[in-house]
Structures are given as C-alpha cells and as structure tokens.
Design a protein around this ligand. Structure first.
Ligand code: DMJ
Length: 481
C-alpha cells in the first residue's frame, strides 16, 4: 500500500534481477548461473502490482536483456556464463514484461506514456496524466534492444514516438525541455530545466541510443540538447580552471526564459561528467566531477539536494546512489589519473563506515546525522558496486574489450553490436527510410559530430579510454578540493 516503495520494488524480486550482470562483470559464474536459474524458476510478472514504467524498464527489462545477451554470446569474455538448456527464457520474460508495460502507451494523446501501469490490469483508472521527462523519454535503449532481438518494431516504435513527442515540446526560445509534462495536453506542468531528477537520463539516452542503434536523428537531438544545456544551464567561468568568475556549475532554470529557478543541485546530476566523458568533453567533466566530490568529502555521502548558495543540504538523504562513482570510473578510464582511484577509495571507505548494515548497505536518512533507513535500493548492486569494482579492476574484460560494451542508465552492460544496427523493419518511422543515415559501430569514432555543439572539442571518443594527459588540470582540482 506504500506507493513510494511499491512502484519501484514491484514485488518481482527486483534486487535479484537488477544484480544479474554485476555477477557476470565480477566473473562469478556460479552465482550468475544460480541467480539466473532463480529468476527463471521463481519470477513472474503476472502480478496485481502497479509499477513505474521507467523503473521497471531500466531495472528489470534492462537487466533481463543484459543477462540474456551475455548468456547467448559465445564470445563474451566473462568466463563460463552458460546456462544449461537455456531456451531464451530471460528474453521471453523481458518480452512478457514489456507487453505488460505497453498499455502505458495507449490512450495518450501525445504518445508520451503514462507513468505507471498495473502489470495485470493495465493503466489504473485513476492514473495520473503527468509524467517526468526522464521517465517517459528514457525507454528507447531497452525497448529498442528488445525490438531488435525479437524482430518486432512495436516496442522501439512506442519508445521512439515518446522521445519525439517530448522533443517537439521543447522551447523554441531556449531549446530546453521542462521536467514534468501532461501526457494528454502536452502542457509543461514542471517548467524546470536541469540535469538532475526528472531530466537526467533523457539526455543520456539520446546519446546512448545513437551509440547502440546508429540512428543519426538521435545524435542530432543530443547535439542540439547539449548545446542548449551549455548555453542556458551552465553558469560560471568559461574554462574549468582559468579566467574570472565562479567555477562552472549546471543550474536549474525556467525552460522558456532560461532564468534561474532555484539554488540547489541534486545528486542525480553527478552522472553528467560521465556523459561528458562519453562525448569527449573531458575538461568540463573533470571540473563538474570535482565539485560533487568536494560535497562528498564534506559529508561522506551526497545529499539528495544541495543548496550551493547556502552551502548546505536542502534534502539530506543519500540512498546509495551511483552517479558520482559512475563519473569517477569513467573519468579514470578517460584519464588514467590515479586521483580517481583515490576518489573511489574515499567513496568506498565512506560507504563502509556510514552505510554498512547487518544484511547489506543502508540508505542514509540524513547525511549529517548519519542515521540509516531500512532500505537498500537495487541500483546499489547494479550500479554503485559494479562501477566501484570496475574502477579498481584494471584487467576486467570490460576494459580489455575496447568499445564493445556500453552501460545502460541502470549500469547494465549491453554489447555495441552489429545486430542492434539492423532493424528488420523499414516502416517504423518515415524519417528512417534512408539507410545511408545509419552508422556502423566501427564508424563511431570517425563520425563528425562536433559541428552542432558550441563548447565540445573536436576530439570526441565514444566509450574508449582517451589516454590523454589531463594531469595538470586534475592536479589543480585536487588542490582546490
Ligand atoms: C538509477 O536507477 C538510474 O541511474 C536512473 O537513471 C536514475 N538514477 C538511479 C540511481 O540513482
């Protein structure tokens, strides 16, 4: 009966499912095999349970697909992850779940989905017509993979339609999107534009969809969005370490006017440096990451909201979120600067000190008082632990496989693979008819994508460590922290 808890937990063994590919990344084949069998034997989605479409997609659908891809890939590098007599059960489960989520995309005038569905009965009659941009517009990676594995365009089609509907509602003036929209009227209920809660993964999935599927329109949307973000959300001096003014910061503004809406940032926003690494804007990433690390150092955690004007937490809980670790890991891969190992060790020690509980790790109820809640979010195992492990595991197969793997927004690994470049359908959306618009995985590095962005350096790399020399810049940041 507790909506806040149930619509995430779903009563479908969420944590077990969300952790599957973490076991593979850690090379623990016996636990991976055991966990997969448990999921196959015990989990059912035929439940009278109302869940968030977004959470079910990124945590459950994404993990089932990731584990399925690992099991069925004869060349995967993680050791023996085969499941005896495997008959695509995880793919069937993913399909079953996605079909149960589909009612969210029906009876919506804009094509933007309802935020919640009941897995048995569809959209509840009293359903809310308002949803957040990230929740409705970050379904394309998982739905697209599912469609391409099944050869059924339905899932990708509804997810892509939602992205395009949201995109069409952006402000003509700033190019920004708000954070809450009415799915029937297309009216922006929440006009706040930022990089954190309600918006974060929308931007992330524009780029990641492009990386995975090679659809040029996704990259074009991402580039336009990135340019608007730089123009309207980024405050402070132009360069990270030089020049006049405050250190750069990405703030929350009114999507139509670009005017500051409040003086807080949220911990979800700490994912952004990782995304910047992915597009090669490493200098800016170093700077923003350092800002978040300075907050972490002060509290041994990140408060959910931090007021940068008062320099104090506005919302003081920390639910074991991964975003700072994720950016730390990606920045280490990009720079190989040992500073990021130091950051990772610091984070690890704080987690051990303040969040360890008898049966797991606990949400911090208050980052100053260090009180705990009886709650461990599933992303602690799927993301926080995975990124920490990978940060220190230099020889992990993920690192040795070049740009073969990409992380979903929930940290699930999916292979950047030729089979996801092939849609078996031609008619999914009219703009996609020109196959010349598709980019092969091997062409990614060469793709000229810098022209649409203001502050993005020419040298862009996707997924690969940049191995460049950012020593001086990082040293200066260390000095500041
Ligand atoms: C995760 O579920 C995903 O990373 C999502 O995109 C937003 N953040 C949470 C963890 O903080």
């Amino acid at each position: 009966s507790n909506l806040n808890i149930n619509d995430v937990l779903g009563n479908y063994s969420l944590t077990l499912i969300d952790a599957l590919d973490t076991l593979a990344v850690m090379g623990n084949s016996s636990e991976f095999q055991k966990a997969v069998k448990l999921v196959i034997d015990t989990v059912s989605f035929d439940k009278d349970s109302t869940v968030q479409v977004f959470e079910a997609t990124i945590r459950v659908l994404g993990s089932l697909l990731s584990a399925h891809i690992i099991i069925t890939d004869a060349k995967q590098p993680f050791g023996d992850m085969t499941i005896k007599d495997y008959d695509n059960e995880l793919l069937h489960m993913a399909h079953d779940l996605a079909v149960r989520l589909l009612p969210a995309f029906e009876n919506t005038k804009t094509g933007i989905p309802y935020p919640r569905v009941n897995l048995k009965k569809g959209v509840p009659p009293d359903s809310n017509n308002e949803t957040c941009t990230a929740g409705a517009g970050s379904l394309l990676v998982e739905f697209g993979i599912l469609s391409r594995l099944l050869g059924d365009s339905t899932f990708e089609w509804v997810a892509r339609r939602a992205v395009k509907a949201l995109w069409s509602l952006r402000s003509n003036n700033t190019g920004l999107l708000g954070n809450v929209v009415n799915i029937q009227t297309g009216h922006w209920v929440g006009k706040q534009s930022g990089l954190g809660a309600g918006s974060d993964s929308f931007y992330e999935y524009l780029l990641k969809s492009y990386i995975l599927f090679g659809e040029r329109e996704d990259l074009e949307m991402f580039n336009d969005a990135y340019r608007s973000i730089q123009n309207h959300l980024r405050r402070g001096r132009e360069a990270c370490n030089e020049g006049e003014g405050d250190p750069p910061l990405y703030v929350n503004v009114n999507m139509f006017t670009g005017q500051l809406m409040n003086t807080w940032i949220d911990s979800l926003q700490a994912f952004f440096p990782g995304l910047q690494v992915l597009i090669g804007d490493v200098e800016d990433a170093i700077c923003l990451h350092a800002f978040y690390y300075a907050i972490w150092k002060r509290y041994g955690a990140l408060p959910e909201r931090y007021n940068w004007q008062l320099q104090a937490p506005d919302v003081p809980f920390y639910p074991l979120r991964p975003e700072l670790v994720e950016s730390t890991y990606l920045l280490y891969q990009a720079t190989k600067n040992p500073f990021y190992l130091h950051v990772g060790m610091d984070i690890l020690q704080s987690l051990e000190k303040y969040t360890k509980a008898k049966c797991g790790y606990a949400t911090l109820h208050h980052v100053v008082e260090k009180t705990k809640e009886d709650r461990m979010e599933s992303f602690f195992l799927s993301e926080t632990c995975k990124y920490l492990y990978l940060l220190f595991d230099e020889d992990n197969p993920v690192h040795k496989s070049g740009n073969r793997y990409m992380f979903t927004t929930e940290g699930h690994i999916v292979s950047v693979d030729e089979r996801f470049r092939n849609s078996l359908w031609q008619d999914i959306l009219p703009e996609e008819e020109d196959s010349a618009e598709k980019v092969k995985p091997t062409e990614l590095k060469a793709a000229n994508v810098s022209s649409n962005c203001n502050r993005v350096p020419d040298e862009r790399r996707y997924l690969l460590p940049l191995k460049s020399n950012y020593m001086r810049q990082i040293d200066r940041m260390v000095g500041l922290i």
